[in-house]
Design a protein around this ligand. Structure first.
Ligand SMILES: Cc1cc2nc3c(=O)[nH]c(=O)nc-3n(C[C@H](O)[C@H](O)[C@H](O)COP(=O)(O)O)c2cc1C
Length: 361
């Protein structure tokens, strides 16, 4: 379903070309001041039409608060925000129910919902549904920052062009602050031009490209999370897989750790004053599903945008024949760029929920 969380729960509703999309956040602590200016900064990072590496669709993405806030402060009641859909061109999606887009949810969605699903703009499967998630994340991020927890992500790669990785032991505040406001967030900004060139080449050749995103949660206290099925990895993975086009996740040394020896992968403990820290952070801040107090680090794989404008092979569900499809409309050439603030938002909602679950919020 489109609800997530236990102690703090989000429910995302709407369809891309319906009247509006939005979110209800339940379980937030009362009395938390929320800057709507900060919320809008985060929403603008995700919104299309502002960066040339993204789709030119201009979506306003202005959240209207229906409940749960008074005088810019949370009341403790469910917080409901609605975002109107204004920039829709439904005619671009006319034939997709009959001829599903390869790699999109048109086919599986129509089987699951017996053809009753709203296909326009991808309906409830659209990347647009990440706008309410970014709203929820922007609220949660402010609650976390007040408790000394910062979250930032960057484009770790586009195709085979890579950014530097986070120093997983110590990430400077100014880097976290820069990335958490960036539209094309990179640690090494000198790689921006080559990444943009590659994205542009893909767009010009009617194609798209995948990428990876690395995210860090810094200042998260030790001792949150629960074993087996309720660990931090479980929580983060389940919310992150709610983001369309996410196809993989790894924590700490992740898949690379599988080719290491224990002597290389183990992180030595030491006392830093009264605080236990580790010299390296291959464990990505999580041991046994529970936070160690070191930065929580994870990386996410984002697939290339399904909707490319080349002629592609598909089927006609109406005629039960093979056919071809030429997709019209305005699509992102590289989802990984716009998904960076979405990943941060998912991490923020997960972090608030995990802390609330163990009464540490
Ligand atoms: C921020 C964002 C923007 C997206 N934009 C597009 C797009 O313009 N065109 C498209 O075909 N898919 C886009 N997607 C991806 C599809 O929604 C997604 O691939 C589809 O729902 C199938 O789901 P799956 O890839 O998770 O299996 C976007 C995803 C995100 C997170």
């Amino acid at each position: 379903m489109s609800s997530w969380g236990n102690a703090v729960k989000i429910s995302i509703f709407g369809e891309s070309h319906g009247k509006a999309i939005g979110v209800v956040i339940d379980g937030l602590p009362a009395g938390e001041p929320i800057s709507m200016e900060e919320v809008c900064i985060q929403m603008a990072r995700r919104a299309p039409g502002r960066d040339k590496a993204a789709t030119p669709r201009l979506e306003k993405d202005f959240p209207e608060i229906l409940s749960g806030m008074m005088n810019d402060t949370t009341t403790g009641a469910p917080l409901c925000a609605v975002i109107q859909n204004t920039n829709t061109r439904s005619q671009d999606y006319g034939n997709l129910l009959c001829s599903p887009r390869p790699a999109h949810a048109d086919y599986t969605g129509s089987i699951r919902y017996s053809g009753f699903n709203d296909i326009r703009g991808g309906g409830h499967f659209s990347g647009r549904l990440t706008a309410p998630l970014v709203f929820a994340g922007a609220v949660c991020r402010q609650i976390l920052e007040r408790r000394g927890i910062k979250i930032a992500a960057h484009i770790a790669s586009v195709g085979s062009i890579e950014d530097e990785r986070f120093n997983s032991v110590s990430i400077p505040d100014d880097l976290l602050d820069r990335l958490s406001g960036a539209v094309f967030g990179l640690i090494d900004q000198s790689r921006e031009e080559s990444m943009r060139d590659l994205i542009e080449q893909c767009r010009l050749s009617q194609d798209s490209i995948g990428g990876t995103i690395e995210c860090a949660v810094v200042g998260f206290p030790a001792g949150a999370g629960s074993p087996m099925f309720d660990g931090i990895e479980n929580r983060i993975a389940s919310i992150v897989f709610g983001i369309p086009a996410v196809k993989g996740i790894e924590f700490g040394s992740g898949f690379a750790g599988a080719s290491l020896r224990g002597s290389q992968n183990n992180d030595a403990f030491y006392y830093d004053g009264d605080t236990v820290r580790t010299r390296t952070n291959n464990h990505g801040g999580i041991l046994g599903g529970i936070s160690s107090g070191m930065p929580i680090i994870f990386r996410v794989a984002v697939k290339p945008t399904p909707s490319i404008s080349r002629v592609q092979q598909t089927v006609s569900l109406a005629d039960k024949t093979n056919t071809t499809l030429e997709i019209k409309g305005r699509h992102d050439p590289c989802i990984a760029v716009r998904a960076v603030p979405v990943i941060e938002a998912a991490a923020a909602v997960a972090a608030v929920n995990i802390l609330a679950e163990v009464n540490k919020l």
